[in-house]
Design a protein around this ligand. Structure first.
Ligand code: SF4
Length: 592
């Protein structure tokens, strides 16, 4: 086992020696002085970097035309033995999260810094190599790295008997491909502990049971995936982003059921909606590092301190700053100053099958962003489709000749699109040479994905590319349906800022449907609140200011949020607690 001080990672999909003729090798000062720091791998003709000879100057990484090389000089505090490395110049993980009995352990932080690797190790799918490539490290040696912590017991059990892990994947779109049939049939099949009726009631699954999986919405599939995981008989339950596509009420219901499960099991959850993570977890580990290069899993902290530490970007106990600035949320509702009328839309009515809905008309101002909040299946997307003329209303008319940019809730790529590189895909959607496109690509950090195939991107990477493909278009109305799904907190805030910049700069208007209240607060000028009964009826109120909108939305859900004094982030109050009662009396459901 050895300490790691410097990491050189080469993205082998992005690396194209035919483009640069091994420029890195020719530029490396160590190679130029006669040593073999960078060599060429015979098999694929791509470079290999010797991390012991490398002095970390970064010249190769700066010169690489496809941004395939990352050189990281780790701070002294992080010079330690890794848990696992996939291969030479590949991703490396330091430390592991600790499963704890009777506690929900949350993993918060960046995407791409080791959650899947940690899961593979904890489930026994991957035996860690402590960074010693090509060697089989004895289990006792691995377990010795975690002496004195609960991980020692967990890994001993994993070694001796194995641990069965029930896993709720991030990507729920794969479920209808793996299972054909009705939701109820799937749940009966996986009910290993005879808890079907309690889970069915807890998650309010009755309306889903007769549905065919192929006809289910994102929110319905998410509920089903969570339910199927809760029903399994396992030693460790791992939920990867259980809240994507769920509305606020469903998020809290799911959190409650997962908490119940933790009473007699070990539970880990990855969650980027911080209000949900706060409500759900007892302890959190912060995941940080550089995506696809290295990841560090912090020691566990209490949920409040852990989320605050993450927002601050500085782990005090480890003396490591992983982000330059801290993230602070505003506690009050911003008032929109946009007053110049841009377009008027009428009231609509629409019914199809057993569902009927109505919305109020209003006027949008130039540069205005309307956040849309409300339960799933109450007509939010249908409203947008009526506005743009895609769906014909029973009453009211669509707005003619609008240029629309629309990102649907779920990202479904055709075969041809999956085979395209990100560069090719974006070139087909937007003008990559325009100033706006270049700015979007830079802010969303997409350049490093350019040579990757669309079909190989992670959920968060694909989301960012699709957001860019819409923000870069020439549009009058932008509609983003759940742009934050699969994005980590930093990416969510970056996207919110970028949407404001583009929509205000172009003096157009936007509708953003999202269930992450903190993001709606950060992005919207006003909110349009939908209410109703899922799948039966819906009503969309005319846009109102943020304070009134949030209050009326949360009043219907009977939930209040307090603000964390240090970071301003929203924390759900316990029902009937002193704060809950006080805030309800004053009518302050969200802003203090
Ligand atoms: Fe060579 Fe290392 Fe400098 Fe890259 S960072 S040019 S490999 S010394």
């Amino acid at each position: 086992m050895g300490m790691t001080k410097r990491i050189a990672v080469i993205d082998r999909e992005a690396c194209k020696p035919s483009v640069c003729n091994h420029l890195c090798k020719r530029m490396c000062p160590i190679n130029r002085s006669g040593d073999d720091c960078i060599t060429v791998n015979e098999a694929d003709k791509k470079p290999l970097i010797d991390e012991d000879l490398c002095v970390g100057c970064g010249i190769c990484s700066n010169k690489c035309p496809t941004l395939a090389i990352s050189i990281i000089n780790l701070p002294r505090e992080l010079h330690e033995t890794p848990v696992h490395r996939y291969g030479r110049n590949q991703f490396v993980l330091f430390r592991l999260p600790v499963p704890r009995r009777r506690l929900v352990v949350g993993l918060i932080g960046q995407n791409g810094v080791g959650k899947s690797t940690a899961l593979k190790i904890l489930s026994g799918e991957l035996k860690p190599n402590t960074g010693m490539l090509g060697k089989s490290i004895p289990w006792d040696q691995i377990i010795g790295m975690f002496k004195g912590s609960e991980l020692q017991d967990y890994l001993t059990k994993l070694k001796e008997r194995g641990v069965k892990v029930a896993y709720k994947p991030q990507n729920i779109d794969s479920i209808p491909r793996m299972w054909k049939g009705k939701a109820g049939e799937l749940l009966s099949k996986v009910d290993e502990r005879g808890r079907l009726s309690s889970v069915r009631e807890g998650l309010n699954l009755a309306p889903l049971l007769d549905k065919d999986l192929r006809s289910m919405s994102g929110g319905e599939l998410q509920l089903l995936a969570v339910a199927a995981t809760l029903l399994k008989d396992a030693g460790l339950y791992f939920f990867d982003e259980p809240s994507s596509f769920l509305d606020v009420e469903q998020r809290l219901i799911v959190a409650r059921e997962i908490r119940k499960l933790s009473q007699d099991s070990m539970v880990m959850v990855v969650e980027h909606d911080l209000a949900v993570a706060d409500y759900l977890a007892d302890q959190v580990h912060i995941l940080y590092g550089k995506p696809a290069c290295f990841g560090i899993i912090s020691k566990p902290q209490g949920v409040r301190t852990g989320i605050n530490t993450y927002l601050e970007g500085y782990v005090k106990e480890e003396n490591v700053r992983f982000r330059d600035e801290s993230i602070v949320f505003s506690k009050g509702a911003a008032e929109s100053l946009k007053t110049q009328a841009f377009l008027r839309f009428p009231a609509y009515k629409k019914s199809f099958g057993p569902f009927s809905m109505a919305t109020e008309g209003s006027t949008l101002c130039k540069g205005e962003i309307i956040g849309i909040l409300g339960p799933n299946a109450t007509g939010k997307t249908t409203f947008i489709n009526m506005l743009t003329g895609k769906v014909k209303p029973n009453q009211g008319v669509g707005i003619k000749d609008l240029r629309l940019a629309y990102k649907p809730q779920r990202i479904e790529l055709g075969d041809e699109q999956s085979e395209m590189t990100v560069r090719e895909y974006l070139a087909g959607e937007i003008d990559p040479g325009s100033k706006r496109s270049k700015r979007i690509v830079r802010v969303l950090e997409l350049e490093k994905l350019f040579e990757r195939k669309m079909g190989n991107l992670s959920g968060g990477e694909a989301q960012a590319v699709l957001i860019a493909a819409n923000l870069g278009k020439d549009f009058d109305i932008l509609l983003l349906d759940e742009p934050t799904a699969f994005l980590d907190v930093e990416q969510r805030l970056r996207v919110a800022k970028l949407i404001r910049e583009v929509v205000e700069g172009m003096e157009v208007a936007a509708f953003i449907v999202d269930h992450d209240l903190q993001i709606i607060d950060a992005v919207a000028d006003r909110v349009m609140v939908f209410e109703g009964e899922r799948g039966k009826k819906g009503f969309g109120h005319a846009p109102t200011n943020l304070r009134d909108g949030m209050n009326s939305f949360l009043k219907k859900l009977n939930i209040t949020f307090r603000r964390d004094p240090h970071t301003g982030r929203a924390r759900a109050n316990k029902p009937d607690s002193v704060l809950d009662r006080e805030q309800k009396e004053k009518g302050d459901y969200y802003y203090s």
